[in-house]
Design a protein around this ligand. Structure first.
Ligand code: COA
Ligand code: ZN
Length: 301
């Protein structure tokens, strides 16, 4: 919901947002990022954060998380009783300046204040943007990502999400990153966040799965992108990723037919086609009728 909608040009009515979160809550997700408590000028699409958080039905077992950029965001998120605060900063200096309008060190210091203010009342996750490359600066070294992960882990956060904000990661890079982070931070909840900007999203997800990662962000229909990252495009599509893992025999715990049904309703909500493929093609076990001549040919063979 959060990354999915934040870049959409046309405001999605609050009613539609609430309905969609409620429907997603019945699909088996462990966590839904509902909205963000950012400046309404920076992200006008999510200016109804309080109302959405107040109106959704909380299904037991589903965690409702929200993006929090600063202290003001944390106050609002606390008021809205979010189950988790997802703090955000970039590992690239340029993207941090473009997106959050301050240096990384200033962001880090601000997030330390947020963590102190929350003081254990709500679990904290930190999303580290552009961890596999910055669309303006280029390479972001793994050491920098590990450095920020360590600084947040030392502050006692519950989890860190390693984000490929503009789809620059490749599977080899993902494997190196995931192997190293899991070895260094065995107690940290690690989540991987991929965008399919260059068609490498599911390959990257698979590389992370094979390295042992079990938490992923995705978005219905493959919507999404950061409005302050040039060239950004959609997240990996949740239903495509879940369909792939299910086909491989993983127990995802998800209601895939329902999820596909929701993805098929998405173009009506956002007013345009969405990138997800399984919703268009159907699952691999949804077979097509054979043409009549095939049966005729079969009989004369
Ligand atoms: N919630 C609501 N309003 C907020 C806010 C918050 N969390 N943080 C700041 N504001 C408001 C201030 O009240 C101020 O309003 P005013 O102009 O009416 O006085 C205005 O935003 C500017 O505040 P300032 O502290 O100067 O912040 P800024 O302009 O440097 O913006 C951010 C900093 C981080 C708050 C802003 O850039 C932002 O929300 N970015 C969103 C980034 C994002 O979500 N990107 C996509 C996800 S990665
Ligand atoms: Zn993203």
């Amino acid at each position: 919901m959060r990354d999915g909608f934040q870049i959409e040009p046309n405001f999605v009515p609050t009613d539609d947002k609430v309905k969609l979160v409620d429907a997603l809550s019945e699909c088996g997700f462990a966590k839904i990022e509902v909205t963000s408590f950012t400046s309404p000028k920076a992200i006008p699409m999510l200016r109804d954060a309080e109302e959405v958080m107040g109106r959704i039905k909380r299904v037991p077992g589903v965690e409702y998380t929200v993006l929090v950029p600063n202290l003001r965001g944390a106050e609002r998120a606390l008021e809205s009783k979010a189950d988790e605060f997802n703090l955000v900063m970039s590992t690239s200096e340029t993207h941090n300046l473009a997106n959050l309008r301050m240096s990384r060190e200033k962001s880090f210091a601000g997030l330390v204040e947020v963590i102190k203010y929350v003081d254990g009342r709500t679990p904290i996750n930190v999303s580290l943007s552009t961890s596999f490359g910055c669309p303006m600066e280029g390479e972001v070294s793994q050491a920098v990502v590990e450095g920020f992960t360590k600084r947040f882990a030392d502050l006692g956060v519950r989890g860190v999400t390693i984000c490929d904000t503009t789809g620059m990661a490749n599977p080899d890079q993902v494997k190196r990153m995931c192997d190293s982070l899991q070895k260094q931070f065995p107690a940290l909840q690690l989540t991987l966040h991929f965008h399919n900007t260059r068609g490498m999203g599911l390959a990257n997800l698979l590389a992370a799965v094979q390295s042992g990662i079990v938490r992923f962000d995705g978005s219905l229909g493959g919507l999404g992108g950061c409005p302050y990252a040039p060239g950004a495009s959609g997240n990996i599509s949740s239903e495509d990723a879940i369909h792939m893992l299910d086909a491989m025999g993983y127990d995802t715990g998800m209601n895939i037919p329902r999820l596909i049904q929701l993805a098929r309703e998405l173009p009506k909500i956002v007013g345009h086609e969405v990138p997800g493929q399984v919703a268009k093609a159907g699952t691999t076990n949804a077979l097509h009728p054979e043409p009549d001549y095939v049966d005729e040919l079969r009989r004369v063979q």
